[in-house]
Design a protein around this ligand. Structure first.
Ligand code: PMP
Length: 354
């Protein structure tokens, strides 16, 4: 039986997706060839790419609204610089909510003036700043919807006439939102979508073409859009597995369905963190992420016992990020409710033993 997988990323994927993906590696579409040994220009793979791109728009409710989808390489980290390269003319506004925002800010500074509209660094990123102002003359506003490391999540997004750019790496496809508020969304596949190796970029095309600089071909969104995300050899396996995961999500009932499951899982765990005197949450309650729950033991002396018990219960990937410590339970779309129950059972068992 599979372990309960709370890994933060790469992370759990649906069993049926893993099964289909492994079959395709050996024999794709019963054509006696592997998915990873056929040409990316062959019809079977072009169909995969087109289907994956269409599913992204369908699931996000962005069909026929001027958006296009790319599957690129270089991780979300490359998007930190690509967004700025393509969009930053003079000045950009950034909200700093953690490690990933900080890295995005560092890259954008290479391309122009940067206004950090607010930061939660003063309290080690344990909350989401609110009530900040976005300069009207900024080329765009960049934020991170879910802070994978610290376990905070933006519940509201600012109303602004400035284009909105969002790193949704760790909560895309997990909750309902008006995605049409955003002009550019990017997300590494390796949380809610597929294996590491591709990054989905959803762009409202009319925000492009407004910077003065020359952009190298591979870093220019227009290059990739002009070639239907096939300018160079795409990461065929990650794109295929992403397509399977998106199909899985669509068949379940889409984001509307999975959001309810995700809320159930998060409520189950946070209720236990709040009830059990041996545990405490790390971040502000109103900003808690439904994807990544961070918590600590109230008595560090129990660490070895708790760690042995969760190992015994076959719980994987619960250690906090090395910069934060404590524990982090990542509850992405494919994590079943019974895995969260297994963790809660161990937390209750510890209370009985202590
Ligand atoms: N942004 C967020 C919110 C992330 O969680 C991560 C990775 N965990 C990244 C960016 C960086 O992604 P990558 O490793 O794909 O470059």
């Amino acid at each position: 039986m599979k372990k309960h997988n709370f890994s933060a990323g790469p992370c759990i994927l649906p069993e049926e997706v893993l099964q289909k993906a492994s079959e395709a590696v050996v024999n794709f579409n019963n054509d006696d060839l592997s998915l990873i040994e056929i040409s990316h220009r062959s019809k079977p793979f072009v169909d995969v790419m087109e289907n994956a791109r269409a599913l992204v728009l369908e699931l996000l409710g962005l069909e026929n609204k001027g958006y296009s989808v790319l599957f690129l390489q270089g991780g979300a980290s490359s998007q930190f610089l690509m967004t700025a390269y393509n969009l930053l003319n003079k000045k950009a506004a950034y909200l700093n909510t953690g490690t990933w925002s900080t890295k995005a800010i560092k890259e954008a500074k290479l391309f122009g003036d940067l206004v950090e509209v607010a930061s939660s660094k003063d309290k080690n990123f344990t909350y989401i700043p609110k009530g900040y102002e976005i300069p009207n003359d900024a080329d765009y506003f960049h934020c991170t919807s879910n802070n994978t490391i610290f376990g905070t999540q933006m519940k509201d997004f600012p109303e602004t006439n400035v284009p909105l750019v969002c790193d949704m790496s760790s909560d895309i496809f997990s909750r309902q939102m008006d995605f049409s508020k955003f002009d550019l969304i990017y997300a590494g596949a390796q949380k809610n979508m597929g294996p590491a190796g591709t990054t989905v970029v959803v762009i409202k095309e009319d925000i492009l073409g407004k910077v003065d600089r020359t952009i190298p071909s591979m870093l220019n969104y227009q290059t990739h859009l002009g070639k239907d995300s096939m300018f160079n050899t795409p990461p065929v396996f990650p794109v295929y597995v992403s397509m399977l995961t998106l199909e899985w999500l669509k068949n379940l009932g889409g984001i509307e369905f999975i959001e309810k499951v995700n809320e159930k899982k998060a409520t189950l765990l946070y209720n236990e963190i709040d009830r059990n005197p041996l545990f405490q949450g790390v971040v502000e309650v109103e900003d808690r992420s439904i994807m990544n729950a961070t918590f600590t033991l109230t008595d560090e002396a129990l660490k070895d016992t708790f760690d042995a018990m969760r190992k015994e219960a076959r719980i994987n990937g619960l250690n906090g990020h090395r910069s934060v410590g404590g524990y982090r339970a990542s509850m992405y779309n494919a994590l079943p409710l019974y895995s969260v129950q297994a963790l809660v059972d161990v937390m209750q068992e510890l209370e009985r033993k202590a």
